[in-house]
Structure formats: C-alpha cells, structure tokens
Design a protein around this ligand. Structure first.
Ligand code: M6R
Length: 489
C-alpha cells in the first residue's frame, strides 16, 4: 500500500483526477486489495477500489460511506451498494459513481440493510461477545422465520438451484474455516443421516490444493458468517470451475461469497461484531439442518411428517437456548477458578466431537490458553497421556435416551480420565444420572434430539471461554492477532 500511494500520487499529478488515477494504478496491480484514497488537492472526494477483498458503499443523505462491512455505517444509513470485482467508486457528499478499472460505468446493485442500527451497539453489555451470546435465542428463531409453509414443508425460496440438480447430486462437500468449519462438521451428521448422501467436510484453506474430486453432480456448501473469507471464496471458485453447484450459507447480505455462489441461504444472526463467532455459529447450524432437510425433502429420503417433526424440534430450540443462558452463573464461577490453568481439554463423540473442537477454539482465541478438542474414542490412541492430576477436561455427553451405546462409551471415557486425576467438567442432559458420580462439575443442558444437541451444548462453552478470558484480563471482543474477517489467504 505504501507503493500504491506513490503510484497514485504520480498518476494524479499527470491526470489531475483522483478516480482516474486510481483506475490507472489498479490496472497495474496484481493480487487482492481494497484501497481507499484521499488527496489534499481533491478535497471533496474519497475514492475506493477493490479486487478480491471487500468494500461496501453506504449512501446517506448528503454523505457517503466506504467500509469493509455494513456494520460500520448502519448507524448512519441503511442504503448500501455492492461494489463488484475490479471496480472503482468515487464517493462524494451527494452520491457515488462506480466504474470498472477501464472507466466504463458499472451497473450497481443497491440494497437495503435490514439490520437494526442498535445491533451494532453494545446496549449496556460489557462486550459485544456477551451481547451476541445473549442474542442467540432470537438469532436462532429469526433464521427459521419464513422458511416453513402452512403445511410444515420447507420453502427455501432462496435456494434457486433447480430441484433436478438437488435430486441428482451424488455428493455434498462442505467448505469453511474456523467456527464455520465446525458447523460443517456437525452438518455432515445431519446430511448423511437424513439424505443418505455422502458428505465431505473440508477446511477451505486445504481444499483446492489437493485436487478434490468434483463434478456437476457435486453440491458444494460454503459456510461463512462474513461472506468475505478468502480461503472459502477461493474454494468455492475452484468448485464452480469444476462444474459443481455452490450453495452459500452466509450472514452478510451483499458480501462476495453469496454473490459468487449459485444460491444462498442467509442466516439471520444480525451483525456479529465480536471476533469470536457465537450467534453466527448457532444460526449456521440451523441453516445446515434446513439444507439437510430440504435435500431430504427434494430427494424423497425424508417423509413430510418426519420433516415436520424436526422443524417442530428446531422451533423449540430458541426457548431451550434461553433456558441454558439463564443457568450460566455456576459456569462463570467455575471459569474464574480456572484462570491460572495452562491447558484445558475438550472431549465429545458424534456431534459432540465438533462441539468439543468449537469449545477448544473459543478458549484458544479468547483466553490464549492451550486447549484441544478430541473425539473421546481417540483418547486411548494417544491423548490420554496428556491427562495429569487436576487437568480440567470438559466432556460433552450425548443423550442417554434409548440406552444409546454412545452414551455408555462416553461415561467410560469420563471414568478413565477421572481415574487418572483429571478434573471432569461434564455437560450432560437434564435427567442423565449415569454421569453424576464421575462429574467434578456438572453443567446441565435441556434434553434435545441427538442431532440438534450442539445448539444447546455449545452455549455453556461460549460463556466459559468468555468468562475465563475476562478473568485473565483479556479483551474479548478483539483478541490479539485476530481479525473478524480473514480476507487474505
Ligand atoms: O466469516 P467466516 O464465517 O467465514 O469466518 C470463518 C472463521 O474465520 C471464523 O469462524 C473464526 O474461526 C472465528 N473467529 C471463530 O470464533
């Protein structure tokens, strides 16, 4: 960018027009960039340009805004313009002009941002993260809104992928990063169980480098809160080049990932400001369940009444999350007692395994502690050697209903680690008495169908990480070394 500013100064001195100078410079640049320039000799204009990196424009009354995310200007205007790839915008008080890098006028898409301006304020909470954790019941309920018709069938109107393509798909591939990747890992269980389609989940940053097998019958699902994660964007571009259809699950209207996908299912979490993803994760899960059910509906692997049953269960989740949030004081107190620990391990099985990974990620990024998630069945293959007296180990326990084999197995895992001195922190369903003798700390969650359990089991882990980080004196909304949207590879 330092070189760019010199190039701009040089071009401006010969053409005298900042937007034209920007276009001349952009034509010479390679790679990904978002540039915003002002010049002392052009006082009434701000010029922006983008390639492979986000820039949105806000159009107010007598004022214009350039930002990487609409959350930055929704307190001033909710009228936004998507800036396309390789475009230059000239923003003035009385409006904006958009061209491509050659100066040809560009067709712009304006849209209304329906996020509430107060959503980008802390509203009395100590941090955005605490506020966003508290907003989860609403976010979950909003993401279900308008997606079910009077007969209880799913109406995912946004999924413009033709029914025949969905019926004939022979594989689902999910690409995502970080927390969104964990949502994808959970989605795999639902997709395979409800549709009998094989589903692979891949870290977007690894995807295109291993020459993945994709064709017209592959449905790729790209999950991203921001819609700007470069690794995920590159993965979806690669998938489309191979002929695959891409469905995005995204929280940010007008962002690049949905724009470049064949279809999009928006989550309705509202703006997520804290770097650590919380409400976006829960809504990504809801969207993944909807996609899995929709595939089941289209492919005829799920009967209408089965779909209605799951939808009814999903409809109850907002209330269950509310109940979990109301019982978090002991979790906060426990977190404070662990502030001087060096390591915390997280264990889970089945859908509880990605929940364990998510719990560990939250602790790493917020508390800067060594935290690792494992599939509990893997313990004996290595990780159990890490267990030492008083090591905190969080275990996510699946439902005991139906005398689940899995439940019995995880109870043995808890016994194994406790016998080696671990301090067990057990997250288990209300009424699960089998875990009580082996839990040093017991965190209760409401009984939910197994596949939906992550929606309630993740919440205590978010609260735990947030409180522990605060007790360690860390800034929870802006953890060190991290950015909210990772727009570089
Ligand atoms: O915007 P995205 O959902 O694509 O972001 C993906 C990850 O960067 C993100 O989930 C990250 O892992 C969070 N900070 C985790 O809390």
């Amino acid at each position: 960018t330092e070189v760019v500013s010199h190039l701009l100064a040089e071009a401006f001195s010969s053409c005298g027009d900042l937007a034209e100078a920007m276009r001349q410079v952009c034509r010479r640049l390679e790679g990904a960039f978002t540039l915003v320039a002002v010049h002392a000799d052009a006082p009434d204009v701000v010029v922006g340009a983008r390639r492979n990196s986000p820039l949105v424009v806000g159009v107010g009354e007598g004022e214009s805004f350039l930002a990487s995310d609409v959350a930055a200007f929704i307190a001033h205007t909710r009228s936004a313009i998507e800036l396309g790839q390789d475009q230059v915008v000239e923003a003035r008080r009385d409006g904006v002009t958009v061209t491509d890098f050659d100066g040809a006028p560009a067709e712009v898409r304006s849209y209304h941002v329906d996020w509430d301006a107060s959503a980008a304020e802390k509203d009395g909470y100590a941090s955005f993260m605490l506020k966003e954790i508290a907003e989860q019941p609403k976010a979950v309920a909003d993401t279900l809104l308008g997606r079910i018709d009077a007969e209880g069938a799913l109406t995912l109107d946004e999924v413009r992928i033709p029914a025949a393509v969905l019926r004939e798909a022979d594989k689902v591939v999910i690409v995502a990063c970080g927390t969104a990747f964990h949502a994808g890992l959970i989605a795999k269980y639902a997709i395979e169980h409800w549709t009998r389609l094989p589903c692979e989940v891949e870290l977007a940053s690894e995807f295109r480098y291993r020459d993945p097998i994709l064709d017209r019958r592959t449905l790729v699902v790209a999950i991203s809160q921001s819609g700007e994660t470069m690794d995920t964007l590159m993965a979806l571009r690669h998938a489309r080049e191979q002929g695959a259809k891409v469905l995005a699950i995204c929280n940010t209207n007008g962002s690049t990932i949905p724009r470049e996908s064949d279809a999009v299912l928006y989550t309705h979490a509202g703006p997520e400001v804290a770097v650590a993803s919380t409400k976006a994760f829960l809504t990504q899960l809801v969207a993944c369940y909807l996609v899995a059910l929709y595939l089941g509906q289209r492919r005829g692997t799920k009967w209408g009444d089965e779909i209605r049953d799951v939808i009814r269960d999903l409809g109850r989740i907002a209330g269950e999350v509310e109940r979990v949030l109301a019982t978090m004081e002991p979790v906060r107190a426990l977190a404070r007692t662990l502030k001087d620990k060096r390591t915390v391990l997280f264990l889970g099985r089945h859908v509880g395994y990605p929940v364990a990974l998510e719990g560990a990620l939250k602790l790493k990024e917020l508390a800067y502690m060594h935290a690792e998630g494992f599939a509990a069945g893997e313990l004996k293959h290595g990780p159990i050697a890490l267990v030492e007296p008083d090591l905190p180990v969080v275990v996510v326990v699946p439902s005991p209903r139906g005398r689940s084999v899995l439940h019995g197995k995880i109870v043995s895992n808890i016994q194994e680690i406790r016998a080696r001195g671990a301090r067990t922190i057990v997250i288990a369903e209300e009424g699960d008495e089998a875990v009580v003798p082996y839990a040093d700390h017991l965190i209760r969650i409401p009984a939910t169908p197994t596949l939906l359990q992550p929606l309630v089991a993740t919440v205590p882990l978010q609260v735990f990480a947030c409180e522990l980080a605060t007790a360690r004196g860390n800034e929870v909304d802006q953890p060190r070394n991290l950015a909210k949207s990772v727009t570089v590879e």
